[in-house]
Design a protein. Structure first.
Length: 323
């Protein structure tokens, strides 16, 4: 299992992730590898190393910290860490990647992964592409990518969705994904991401790739390895087993009560609390109780906005968007 952490917010989220994994999935027997970008190459001039206190706590909980050098993305596109970190993993061994802002809430060992058929998170919105009024449309944009990389476009479509609807096209949130070989998966992910970044082409000229580049390329890579949309055997992810909360303020605003309980249980031990109290969002929302007292009452859990943007905006307007 792979997550990425570096100095600042991500190292504190890595503590939450690791603590929740140990609390709620104690029978999971895999290795937890935390990839740490080094302050060189594409991260040169930036403080990226995890603080010694955090490092000691993560290792005490059984995590292994793996340094890696980001050569292609780094500070100019931090989302690229998840691509380049794959090369720090042992080749030819199945891998499972999680975004660090994820909470494990149930027994991960009971998820029936088929690593020969890669997949990824469907907890996403129609954030990309954004077709202009006079074209090209969804079909033209996505087909241009499949054609570019020699892939079967028709085989990626969801026939239950109408033409021109964003859910018809294979599109994931990169909050979790898995595959059979991180070296092969990573090589294809990296090469195609660089190719699209450096030469987007005419059809893509009207589309933003920042911050969407990783989520644009991920479905192509998964499709190329014979994978696709997750089946019912993976339902626990983004469900009873994991929660990609993205931001602690968002967690308190919109996640089920069970997720709040899991967060506060996993972070209650004194050794966890001593470190997380150094991070303002955790200190205020978890340990001072402001998440439940201030944020939770702002939102009717039976009538939440269907999009994330208005939730974020309300939190920002009330001064509760903490990062």
């Amino acid at each position: 299992m792979l997550i990425v952490a570096q100095a600042g917010r991500l190292e504190y989220e890595a503590v939450i992730f690791t603590a929740s994994l140990r609390q709620f999935s104690p029978d999971w027997q895999g290795r937890l590898l935390i990839a740490e970008p080094q302050p060189e190459a594409a991260w040169e001039g930036h403080h990226t190393r995890i603080a010694p206190e955090t490092r000691a706590l993560l290792e005490e909980m059984g995590a292994e910290i793996l340094p890696f050098t980001a050569r292609h993305f780094g500070a100019t596109y931090p989302h690229g860490n998840k691509i380049e970190a794959l090369f720090a993993l042992p080749a030819r061994e199945p891998f499972l990647f999680f975004d660090t802002d994820t909470l494990i809430t149930g027994p991960l060992d009971r998820i029936a992964f088929d690593f020969g058929r890669p997949s990824a998170s469907m907890r996403r919105e129609g954030t990309w592409p954004d077709p202009p009024l006079y074209g090209p449309g969804y079909d033209d944009i996505w087909k241009s990518l499949y054609d570019r990389f020699g892939l079967d476009f028709a085989g990626s479509l969801d026939p239950d969705q109408p033409d021109g609807h964003w859910e018809r096209y294979l599109y994931f949130n990169a909050g979790w994904f898995f595959g059979a070989d991180p070296a092969e998966f990573g090589r294809r992910f990296l090469n195609w991401a660089i190719a699209l970044r450096d030469e987007p082409g005419e059809v893509m000229a009207c589309q933003s790739l920042d911050p969407w580049l990783d989520q644009v390329i991920l479905p192509l890579v998964i499709h190329s390895f014979g994978g696709g949309r997750p089946g019912p055997e993976l339902a626990g992810l983004d469900g009873a087993v994991s929660c990609h909360y993205r931001n602690l303020s968002l967690l308190y605003a919109r996640e089920p009560d069970e997720v709040l309980d899991a967060l506060e249980t996993a972070t209650a031990p004194n050794r966890i609390k001593r470190r997380l109290r150094e991070w303002v969002p955790a200190h205020r929302l978890i340990y001072q109780g402001k998440g439940r007292k201030k944020i939770r009452p702002m939102f009717d859990q039976t009538a939440l906005p269907t999009k994330e943007r208005p939730i974020r905006q309300r939190l920002k307007n009330r001064g509760w968007w903490l990062v």
